[in-house]
Design a protein around this ligand. Sequence first.
Ligand SMILES: [Zn+2]
Length: 204
Amino acid sequence: MKLYHLSSGPLRVNTYFLVGDEGKAVVIDSGENYNAVVRTAERYGLHIDAVLLTHAHFDHAGNVKKLQDGGAKIYVGEKDAEKLLNDDNLASSFGRRFEKCRADVTLKEGDVVEEAGLKIKVLETPGHTDGSLTYLIGNMLFTGDTLFLESVGRTDFPSGSRSQLINSIRKLFALDGDFDVYPGHEEFTTLTHERKYNTFADYD
Ligand SMILES: [Zn+2]
């Protein structure tokens, strides 16, 4: 499997392209900038089979309708699916446009997504939103706005919960072994680094 990374949009969202069989790709958080995603796919000769959203906020999910229209299957946490259809994706509060989208598949704890010859495990990590997910493949975790380098996501948006977020961080820290951590914004990190330096798990 190959991994490509794109940082785009005014909020510098991280978009990840996981490449499986024959140039088929699964995109994690397609962001807002449709053209940047399409150009990246073209640059590396990828076909986007599916988009997996860590959550439904507009900066991560703003272009999913266009990608769906282009043939990609859209996956989102079952509790965030409605946010692709209402104002809880925060687009209107940030003055952004958002094309509403009905996801093709909704996900919950323990589901395994099989796309492009890849198997991606779903962990529910609520707190930033109630439907926030972390995706696990091999030794990689895609944590969206749940876990950042020495930080965590905001919990002051609709359906956010600080106590849930702390529990989600603890759940990730309790995973066995080390993982590379690919967050929804900012720099990559590792679970070992976060267990040592991220102080939010101690919060009460
Ligand atoms: Zn968010």
